[in-house]
Design a protein around this ligand. Structure first.
Ligand code: FES
Length: 129
C-alpha cells in the first residue's frame, strides 16, 4: 500500500491509555477521523512498551462509515465489515476488500503519541496527499 507522509500531529499520550480503550481524533485534517487503540497484545506496527498501541483511519474501506472498536476489533455499523487491529487492519469479514489504512505512530519522550503518516488510501478522499 502507498505510504503517505502527512505532517505529525499529537493524538494522545501513552500514559493516559488503558487496555481495550479506543481514542478518536481527526487526522490528517478535520474531515478525516482516525482512531487509536491500546490492545493489550502485540500488534503489527504497534508502539509502546507492549507494542500494542496502533491507529487507523476510522472510515470503513467499503463505503466510508465510521468503524467502532468492539471486542478487540473494528466493526462497521453499516454492513458489518470487521477489521483486525493487530493485523494491520486486515478485513476478515464483510464487504470491505481492503484493510483500514494504518496511521503510523511515534512515541515522544514525554509519552505523547504522534501520528505521522498513513499507509493506504483513506476512503472517499480524492486527494490522499
Ligand atoms: Fe462499512 Fe459497508 S460501509 S461495511
Amino acid at each position: 500500500a502507498p505510504s503517505l507522509a502527512y505532517p505529525a500531529l499529537k493524538v494522545g499520550n501513552i500514559n493516559n491509555l488503558r487496555d481495550g480503550q479506543a481514542v478518536y481524533f481527526n487526522y490528517p485534517d478535520g474531515s478525516a477521523q482516525g482512531v487509536l487503540v491500546k490492545l493489550g497484545q502485540r500488534a503489527i506496527g504497534g508502539v509502546g512498551r507492549g507494542r500494542d498501541i496502533v491507529a487507523f483511519s476510522a472510515a470503513c474501506t467499503h463505503m466510508g462509515c465510521g468503524v467502532q472498536f468492539k471486542g478487540g476489533r473494528f466493526v462497521c455499523p453499516c454492513h458489518y465489515s470487521m477489521f483486525d487491529p493487530a493485523k494491520a487492519g486486515q478485513c476478515y469479514q464483510g464487504l470491505a476488500s481492503t484493510p483500514l489504512p494504518q496511521i503510523r505512530l511515534r512515541v515522544a519522550q514525554n509519552g505523547d503519541l504522534l501520528a505521522q503518516g498513513v499507509v493506504g488510501l483513506i476512503w472517499g478522499r480524492a486527494r490522499n496527499i
